[in-house]
Design a protein around this ligand. Sequence first.
Ligand SMILES: Cc1ncc(COP(=O)(O)O)c(C=O)c1O
Length: 361
Amino acid sequence: MKIGTKIVHEGQEPEKTTGAVIPPIYQTTTFAQKDPGVPIAEFEYTRAGNPNFSRLEQTLAAAENGRFATVFSSGLGAMTAWLATVGQGAIVANEDLYGGTYRLLINVFERYGIKCTFVASDDVASWKGAITSETKWVLVETPTNPLLKVVDLKAVCKLAHAKKAKVIVDNTFASPVLQNPLDLGADVVLHSSTKYLGGHSDVVGGVLITNDEGLKKDFDFYRKAMGLNPSPFDCWLVSRGIKTLALRMAQHQKNAKAVAAFLKKSVSVKNVYYPGFGGMVSVRFKDDKAAKKFIKGLKLFCLAESLGGVESLVCQPSSMTHASIPKAEREKIGIDDALVRLSVGIEDEVDLLADIAAALR
Ligand SMILES: Cc1ncc(COP(=O)(O)O)c(C=O)c1O
């Protein structure tokens, strides 16, 4: 089955007892038991599990061609559960990661014995030099946030597995419509479902997907033990939003390609970052003043954090999404005040280009 069909049907079956085509929101904290310790179905308490979690997990696992998924309260909630599974040890990751991921690795988990080495995303030799027999896990974000660099996943997975390290891929920017890391050798896929999966900027959520039953058990355990669960309603919203993911990605991509091509022709723009697929475009202006003027001049692109919703958004990563990375570190990898990130929505291309043209003027 193709992904456009799977996201409409897998985990999306009518509810068995009433036939409701759209399942209810199981807004309950707890589930009645037949005997002490014997639940009626598989559910006991919503921190540990809920029918809305299970349905969404079935959809998301299918979308990524995986066997198992565990949903969380946010993308960083999913990252936290994965890091709890890692325990202590050495991790290799790419240097231009989402700022919140960097903060979680350095400002939280380093204290508990995680040691992270950062490498240049698009340089396989740099990954090769950093991945050693000491490496426990490799964390890859691709395309990267906000510079949209692409990591050669097949090559990095091969390097990691040769050293007996596992690979987790943050696939938030590509979405499962454009990239399936498990098929390229990854052990785990992570999404912030806040973004393209939900697609409507109305829900915060995260997920880990894997083919490894042992890892699935660990992820479920840490969700329950650490209280990283989502709410039933939030899962219901993602289950609803994801049905149009393939349609939305096609329109995001068509618009983003047009926006990138248009910006490339502008004399006020120094650099355009677009990997050739997906809905994200970053632009470097000649200085921070020009960048700010452009941001302020946009009318359809709303100045806000996040991405992947139907509406176009603009942000300045240095002061917003990546502000938690120390300035010197940030600037070393090219995230300065002249850089602007666009999440290109699904509006009509003509209107988006007109808005950009006006802001450039
Ligand atoms: C690539 C990437 N991964 C993870 C996250 C974290 O997700 P959440 O905000 O749902 O915790 C984000 C958030 O912007 C992101 O852009």
